[in-house]
Design a protein around this ligand. Structure first.
Ligand SMILES: [Zn+2]
Length: 507
């Protein structure tokens, strides 16, 4: 599949012009300069990264009238006919439409004739994985014992579909996707060569859209040139191709971070009125929040973030937590799916954007669980008082100390003589702690707590006496009466003690 010679850019004529495949190029150059020519090459890799171009350059390098080298002259009749695609000795075959064993038989017969006017007869078979099994088998023999003047160059996007028997008989070259940075660099060169001024952001956008394919990058570049003239700007691309652009997405996201729903909806309307489709806008926002997630995790590589990290609003990066950004992406993914079945796509979008405007107050289930766990631990340690400022008061309890069991028993015992009910209620306290001159008693039963509260004076006096200092009492009640029976049980217990009796079954 040959790619078109574009208005702004010719095909690479030599290996040094084949960009983004440095490893492949240096290996082939070495082979050419050392006259170590294989009879079968296999170029594999994604579409649009230079496999067919490399095959044609190889053909020229082998057949140039100036002699075999990695820099074919480009002006001799052999170089020119190969460039035009009408050399009798360079045969290009599309594997996708010549898959039968008969096609291969024709090749087998043809290879027996020496080249017309060149040193080598070069067969370039593109998409070679499309050949049938019998065609591969027919080909195998020829590759194994080719006439000395024949060179095969196979190209494929799906190396795994090429039989191992063929692969093992070829010198293999793996072509790679070209990085966004490299594509941008190539485009900068192209713009300079053709006298076109271009904004850095615009070229980065083209490079990014090309997703690793130089061919796609050139095609898109030409398309942009066709409506931009000699000056490529992001603004022109935006208005012509309906792209939202980081700036506008950023402005809307910033209003989301400020929880300004009204501005979010107004700006969204402006973008949509500018011709951006709803699908596009949702995709742009998904990509945007993905970028924010990367930046929040300190991944700042431009090709990963999708734009220069400094282009993103600080407010957005700082205002949203990682969990909130993840939630935003999740919500947008769901929105994209829902749009397919939506009665009104625009309403659906506005609803989602309105929700994103309160993203700052979103709490993830994990955070809720963590809070519950904290509270549970506070309850367990007996630190949770009924007071609402509990959380704030907790850090100030550093002077708190537990009362030793002996002293506790002495207080309870000394009350038992005259205040049996009070002493029994006091025994039910789940924690005793002394904070300065205040004794904090915690109960998990309202009944016992109230019983102690009703005669605080006695407890205060007895405690002050035992501890030999003036003590105040504070009562807290936690988790009161969960099963509802504890009060009843306690009453019975109390009655039992007061009357020094035994419980007998009433029946
Ligand atoms: Zn030449």
């Amino acid at each position: 599949m040959a790619y078109e010679v574009t208005a702004t850019r010719k095909r690479p004529a030599t290996f040094s012009e084949l960009q983004g495949q440095e490893f492949v190029v240096s290996t082939i150059n070495n082979a050419l300069n050392n006259e170590r020519i294989a009879h079968a090459y296999l170029f594999s890799g994604p579409r649009g990264v230079g496999k067919t171009s490399a095959a044609r350059i190889l053909a020229k390098s082998l057949n140039c009238e100036e002699g075999q080298s990695d820099t074919p002259c480009g002006v001799c009749s052999n170089c020119q006919s190969i460039a035009r695609g009408n050399s009798l000795d360079v045969i290009e075959i599309d594997g996708a439409s010549n898959t039968s064993v008969n096609d291969i038989r024709t090749i087998k017969e043809e290879v027996l004739f020496a080249p017309n006017s060149s040193k080598y007869k070069v067969y370039i078979i593109d998409e070679v994985h499309m050949l049938s099994n019998s065609a591969f088998n027919a080909l195998l023999k020829t590759i194994e014992e080719p006439p000395p003047y024949v060179v095969f160059v196979f190209a494929t996007t799906e190396i795994q579909k090429v039989p191992a028997t063929i692969r093992s008989r070829c010198q293999q070259f793996n072509f790679r996707l070209i990085s966004v940075e490299k594509l941008k660099e190539i485009l900068i060169g192209t713009a300079e060569e053709t006298g076109i001024t271009a904004e850095d952001e615009a070229l980065f956008w083209i490079a990014k859209e090309a997703t690793g394919s130089l061919r796609d990058a050139y095609t898109l570049f030409d398309q942009v040139v066709s409506f931009s003239g000699n000056e490529i700007t992001m603004e022109k691309i935006r208005s012509k191709l309906g792209i939202t652009g980081v700036d506008r997405v950023d402005a809307i996201a910033e209003e989301m971070a400020r929880e300004n729903t009204r501005r979010v909806l107004e700006l969204t309307d402006e973008v949509l009125m500018g011709g951006v489709s709803i699908d596009q806008l949702v995709m742009d926002f998904t990509a945007y929040f993905r970028s924010i997630l990367f930046i929040k995790n300190n991944i700042l590589k431009e090709s990963l973030v999708g734009s220069n990290p400094s282009r993103f609003s600080k407010t957005v990066v700082e205002q949203f937590s990682g969990a909130q950004v993840e939630y935003a992406i999740e919500l947008l993914f769901k929105l994209y799916k829902d749009l397919k079945f939506s009665l009104n796509q625009r309403f659906e979008l506005e609803l989602a954007f309105s929700r994103l405007s309160s993203l700052c107050s979103y709490i993830s289930p994990n955070e809720i669980l963590r809070k519950i766990e904290e509270i549970r631990n506070e309850i367990k340690s007996g630190h949770l008082s009924v007071s609402e400022e509990k959380a704030d008061s907790l850090p100030h309890t550093e002077t708190e100390e537990a009362i030793s069991p002996e002293i506790r028993d002495r207080i309870i015992q000394s009350l038992r003589k005259n205040k049996l009910a009070l002493s029994s209620a006091l025994e039910k306290a789940v924690s005793w702690s002394l904070k300065g001159s205040i004794l904090q008693l915690t109960f998990d039963s309202t009944y016992s707590g109230n019983a102690v509260k009703s005669d605080l004076k006695s407890v205060r006096e007895k405690t002050s006496e035992v501890l030999d200092e003036s003590i105040d009492i504070e009562i807290s009640i936690i988790n009161p009466d969960r099963d509802g029976n504890s009060d009843l049980d306690e009453n019975i217990e109390l009655v039992k003690r007061v009357f020094r009796g035994e419980i007998v079954n009433g029946d």
